[in-house]
Design a protein around this ligand. Structure first.
Ligand code: ZN
Length: 630
């Protein structure tokens, strides 16, 4: 890692003019209601480290932003590195972590809203609340605000699955139960391999914690150490705005907001304490219209639409707004301003992007032009700590037009490596290298990255070109307000210098998620492993009898394609019988079939060589693929 150049230091100094540095109200709000803080770390009762207090110690409260960090990102990091147990208002508590555990202390029991990122964190968080508040009321319900894993993964830390299955403790979630399961599991599974690599890249999980490396992830501190991910399917799906549930003696009213920050999401109003949440559609950060780890593009118009519906319904009465990330907003006027401003921010991005698209501009061109007006852009909670304006503008256009920008040269382009080689042949390595060096010496890092890209992609062993490009990426990283752009550029620099490190990507597929995976999705997942050209001439036909759900499916591979259908077919080579997790394991790792069959987990009837044929067709996903080089 190298220090900031004078150009970078100047860019970061000049950025101060864009921000309302004298608006420091967040520093009071972030500590409001603090009961126990995690700044010096947090351990579970058994001594296990849950929050590492040392990692972010260098982000000192009173320290000015170093030259290597954008001052807005530094400020947000000073705020978000806090964490702990807080009273939001009497009756509403939060254990604030990367994803918050919210505890509603209703008269007749506790309602847990979102369960954070792991079983350990959720369990320890609830224990901390009980101990500090002397509260031993039972948990009477769990609510998932949306389908992302950081909101359901801790569920088994706060309830026993048996009590959910028996109907004693409901789990309430947006959408139908089938739809929630499909999106909760599907988004993370089908492209899970590549997503974990991209997640490590975009969230800086491979970078050291220092002012030349990872400086929080903006929306959260990201300094937790826990891993156990759980899932229990919801038992009560909400698809109608205005639906009400009585939980623990209080009223929970829902506003259904699908296809926003997640495919299934809702907002919640608790009139007894005048408390409102717009879930992840309103936090102290601009959110992603396109998440760079990889997910389907979201609808910016819907963010604005549902925030406005929320204002119409509860805007006059709300006294506090809390979120599943970051800290709450108190006072009716502040809540209304916060939500109106958030609504306008998403709508502005949507409308201006499409206005420019209607003039024929493509996503890159529009992204260079759209700037938020000060009335929106100088509000800290609209700043780019999760989404970024540049890629969100691109996302709005991409959502409407798809990936082709209208430029005929991009319909059948040469691949980057081929393009790079011809470019280098034409212009000459020395000329390009000299121009790259000149660009770096004049602080023109975006151009340096572009011009050197040809050399690196034409010859990924060109250490000199890679070293120069790494320097350019690094300085660009230091200048970014968006923590994900910072992480991407700094990780690229690191990988150009040292190669790809073993990732620490989050694996969201485990027994619980496979258990909850709709069977159709399981076959979809197996199908994306099939190497088409190898499977072109095979004929594999297998029936699967799922003993746990009492259902039967048939799958076949022919013409290079795996299809599956519910029902029984007589003319198969093999029948598998067993519970879904065992069959899933067998289908995803047919090479281990003999072992699984010998263990008795799956019974077979017919010709087991069909599994050997299948095994030979299955691709293996190595998630250490290159991103900064070909
Ligand atoms: Zn989240």
């Amino acid at each position: 890692m190298k220090p900031a150049t004078s150009f970078t230091a100047e860019v970061n100094r000049a950025a101060l003019d864009r921000y309302a540095m004298d608006d420091v109200a967040d520093f009071d709000d972030v500590d409001r209601g603090l009961i126990v803080g995690f700044e010096n770390g947090w351990r579970a009762d058994d001594g296990k480290l849950l929050v590492d207090g040392d990692q972010l110690a260098y982000v000192a409260d009173d320290a000015a932003a170093p030259d290597t960090v954008n001052p807005s990102l530094w400020r947000q990091s000073q705020l978000i590195k806090r964490g702990g147990l807080y009273e939001v208002v009497p009756g509403l508590y939060q254990v604030r972590l990367s994803a918050n555990l919210t505890i509603v202390d209703a008269p007749e029991g506790l309602v847990i809203i979102d369960t954070s990122t792991s079983v350990e964190l959720a369990r320890a968080g609830l224990q901390l609340f009980r101990r500090e508040l002397g509260n031993d009321k039972p948990v009477v319900a769990v609510i998932y605000t949306h389908t992302h894993f950081d909101h359901y993964a801790g569920v088994k830390g706060v309830v026993d699955e048996v009590d959910v299955r028996s109907g004693e403790i409901p789990i309430i979630a947006p959408g139908t139960i089938e739809s929630f399961d499909k999106h909760a599991i599907g988004e993370n599974v089908i492209i899970g391999g590549a997503m974990s690599r991209r997640m490590a890249y975009t969230f800086g999980m491979l970078l050291p914690h220092c002012d030349c490396g990872r400086v929080t992830v903006g929306l959260s501190a990201g300094n937790e150490r826990s891993s156990q991910i759980s899932y229990i399917s919801p038992t009560d799906g909400i698809t109608t705005t205005g639906d009400v549930r009585r939980l623990g003696g209080w009223t929970f009213e829902f506003l259904y907001a699908p296809d926003t920050e997640a495919p299934e999401e809702f907002h919640i109003w608790i009139p007894e304490i005048k408390a409102l949440t717009c879930a992840e559609n309103a936090n102290h950060a601009m959110h992603n219209i396109q998440t760079l780890r990889g997910a389907r593009t979201r609808d910016a118009r819907n963010f604005a639409r549902y925030i406005d519906e929320t204002l119409v319904r509860w805007g006059d009465d709300a006294a506090v707004h809390w979120g599943p990330h970051t800290w709450p907003v108190w006072g009716n006027e502040n809540v209304v301003n916060f939500l109106e401003s958030h609504r306008d921010m998403y709508k502005y991005i949507h409308d201006q992007s499409l206005r420019l698209a209607n003039q024929g501009l493509d996503e890159y061109e529009a992204a260079e032009i759209v700037e938020l007006p000060d009335a929106i852009g100088k509000k800290w909670y609209n700043r780019y700590y999760h989404g970024g304006l540049h890629h969100n503008v691109r996302a709005v256009i991409h959502k409407e037009f798809g990936y082709w920008n209208g430029d005929p040269a991009s319909i059948l382009p040469l691949l980057p490596v081929e393009h790079a080689k011809r470019h280098v042949d034409l212009i000459g390595r020395d000329t390009i290298l000299a121009e790259g060096r000149r660009a770096i010496e004049s602080g023109d890092y975006r151009w340096a990255v572009q011009i050197l890209h040809h050399l690196v992609w034409a010859d990924p062993d060109d250490a000199e070109a890679k070293g120069l490009q790494a320097d350019a990426y690094e300085q660009l990283g230091y200048q970014q307000e968006v923590p994900q752009y910072r992480a991407i550029f700094l990780t690229a620099a690191q990988e150009l210098r040292e190669g790809v490190r073993r990732g620490q990507g989050v694996s969201t597929a485990n027994t619980d998620t496979i258990m909850a995976m709709p069977i159709g999705l399981l076959f979809d997942f197996v199908a994306v492993h099939i190497i088409g050209e190898r499977a072109a001439d095979v004929d594999v036909r297998i029936n699967c009898m799922f003993t746990d759900s009492d259902s039967e499916w048939t799958m076949w591979v022919r013409h290079g394609v795996l299809n599956a259908r519910e029902g029984h077919v007589d003319d198969v080579q093999l029948t598998l019988r067993g519970p879904k997790p065992a069959i899933a394991q067998l289908l995803l790792q047919p090479g281990r079939a003999a072992e699984l069959i010998a263990s008795g987990a799956v019974a077979t009837d017919g010709d087991t060589s069909a599994l050997e044929t299948l095994a030979a067709l299955m691709d293996v996903f190595d998630t250490r693929f290159n991103l900064a080089t070909p």
